[in-house]
Design a protein around this ligand. Sequence first.
Ligand SMILES: Nc1ncnc2c1ncn2[C@@H]1O[C@H](COP(=O)(O)OP(=O)(O)OP(=O)(O)O)[C@@H](O)[C@H]1O
Ligand SMILES: [Mg+2]
Length: 309
Amino acid sequence: MIATRGLTKRFGRITAVNDVGLNVREGDRYGLLGPNGSGKTTVVRMLLGLVFATSGEIELFGRSVPRHAGQVLPQVGALVEGPSAYGHLPGRANLMLLDAAGPGLAAAGPGSARRGRRLRVDAALERVGLGGIDNRPVKAYSLGMRQRLGLAAALLGEPRLLVLDEPTNGLDPQGIREIRELLEQLNAAGTTVFLCSHLLTEVEQLCTRVGMMDRGRLVLEEEMDDLRAPTGRIVIHSPDADRVAALLDGRVELREGDRLLVRGEDPAAVNTRLVEAGLRISEIHRERRSLEQVMLQVTGPGSDRIDHD
Ligand SMILES: Nc1ncnc2c1ncn2[C@@H]1O[C@H](COP(=O)(O)OP(=O)(O)OP(=O)(O)O)[C@@H](O)[C@H]1O
Ligand SMILES: [Mg+2]
């Protein structure tokens, strides 16, 4: 769906994106993570033909961009940093204008064009939770409403691929959850989702595949299931930690207070053994790496920091 090779962007002396090879497959919910300033937005802008790459190649749906942008981009719904709209117009009017300018126009017959447009716009507003929106101008919208409107705009042409830069920026936890559920639904119906974010939990909860950027480079690209696979250790919390440690002697790798880390793959079997020995277990589960641990391993200090030498 999205493939890049050697993608590089320099702004003067700054190399914002450095030799990036992305591989997003059809049906993925792909999350591009990275600290502030690591180059995520610049990647998105190149994918959408908003800035030219300094070097490297981009393919969307197997076609080279920007050369075939005219055929490819109408199938892509996009939301880039700070969604733009005419502030003096209501959200619905903004979407009507966008739809008129977009590929939807050609699809509808001449007579039905306006009616079809109205239906598409209403459906998009409904999907993002703005179905009951009044006629206030966009400049009076809250940040969350603007973000939802931007997402509605991205959905207008029923795209095969969504490219979203920080889609939940400015939303409260309830709003974040609604957007996550919406993206899951769209993905289940066949839309590939590519988003960038600096929020680990957002990507952890939504995505099936993860890329991590650090200072312009793609330092990791992996399936979420592989990243979060069990580590081969079991975490045990017990008020009888001493006796647990004694019973599992030789397998205990770490002990901190009532918490133990034990080598093993099968918490159920370990649990049975401990309980049969009369020991109390308050918690037992397989250890998994969190996305945060992985991120800290593969990335350096924030790209935005300007420290003394
Ligand atoms: N138009 C530009 N001119 C000069 N430098 C730029 C330009 N756009 C981006 N940069 C620089 O490129 C680097 C990457 O920026 P980018 O916006 O892609 O990062 P990001 O990962 O999206 O960060 P954030 O999480 O803060 O949104 C930064 O150092 C930034 O200052
Ligand atoms: Mg950005």
